[in-house]
Ligand binder design. Structure first.
Ligand code: SF4
Length: 260
């Protein structure tokens, strides 16, 4: 059976957007569920459209989350827990990996990704968390922070990060730097000092996925709008693939803008 990853491998994997999807992964998931013809990616040669798959009821994100769940099903949670910065706990009679995600405890069991109240997380969060588990947290973070452009094959992705994360935070907190500090602190973030911007914040999306937000407030006199630069640990790609890393920053931006 063709999987989402089989389709993904055929794309150029550079998120160029020519297919109308923001990422190759989103495109591959849409093709898999019959939501897009494979011919929409101009870089896949020698394929013909198969038409929608009968009997597939899932949207692309749910389909991808299910596929990833299968991939991680046999992973030894205890063995991975330390590298991922989590701990294995028993909850509702089941062993699960407990992780801090965007300021709250979440649990990954072989069956689902859920909150303390038992509610499952959204499929897109599940995708990120399954990928984090799959990567397995090899080694240590460097403690040195760099821009996305420092990572290999990231040029086209820098635009995505700017649009959905940096610009979003900048416009939402324009003229409100103290509010940015407050909302990040509520999620466990800390202000960094000294700071070359108006506000610099260190915050963890996941235990081994720290992010720095550098915020310059608008300058009304000179007509400059607020600006944000997001930085990642230099070894971030040992803990997540680049698409998941960008998505982790997007989720952070959504969380802090929705809660303030
Ligand atoms: S067209 Fe879509 S699937 Fe193909 S490389 Fe570009 S973003 Fe990826």
């Amino acid at each position: 059976m063709t999987t989402i990853f089989d389709i993904l491998k055929k794309t150029k994997k550079d998120n160029c957007g020519k297919c109308g999807f923001p990422t190759c992964m989103a495109f591959a998931a849409a093709v898999h569920t019959g939501g897009a013809p494979i011919s929409r990616c101009p870089f896949i040669e020698g394929v013909s459209d198969e038409g929608p798959r009968r009997g597939t009821m899932d949207d692309p994100e749910t389909a991808l989350a299910k596929e990833l769940k299968e991939r991680v099903r046999d992973i030894d949670l205890k063995e991975r827990s330390e590298g991922l910065g989590g701990e294995v706990v028993e909850i509702d009679g089941e062993m699960a990996l407990k992780l801090r995600y965007l300021g709250e405890d979440i649990f990954i069991s072989p069956k689902k990704v859920f909150r303390r109240d038992g509610k499952e997380l959204e499929p897109r969060d599940q995708i990120l968390l399954y990928n984090y588990l799959f990567f397995g947290g090899k080694g240590e973070l460097s403690g040195e922070f760099v821009g996305l452009e420092s990572f290999p094959n990231s040029i086209s992705k820098v635009v995505t990060l700017k649009r959905y994360t940096e610009d979003k935070i900048a416009s939402h907190f324009s003229s409100r730097p103290d509010e940015l500090k407050k909302v990040c602190e509520r999620l466990g973030g800390k202000e960094i000092a000294p700071c070359h911007a108006d506000v610099c914040i260190f915050i963890r999306v996941l235990p081994k996925v720290p992010i720095e937000i550098h915020f310059w407030d608008e300058d009304k006199e000179d007509g400059f709008p607020a600006k944000v630069k997001v930085l990642f640990d230099k070894r971030a790609l040992d803990f997540l693939d680049i698409e998941s890393l960008i998505f982790s920053a997007e989720r952070l931006a959504e969380t802090i803008t929705e809660t303030s």
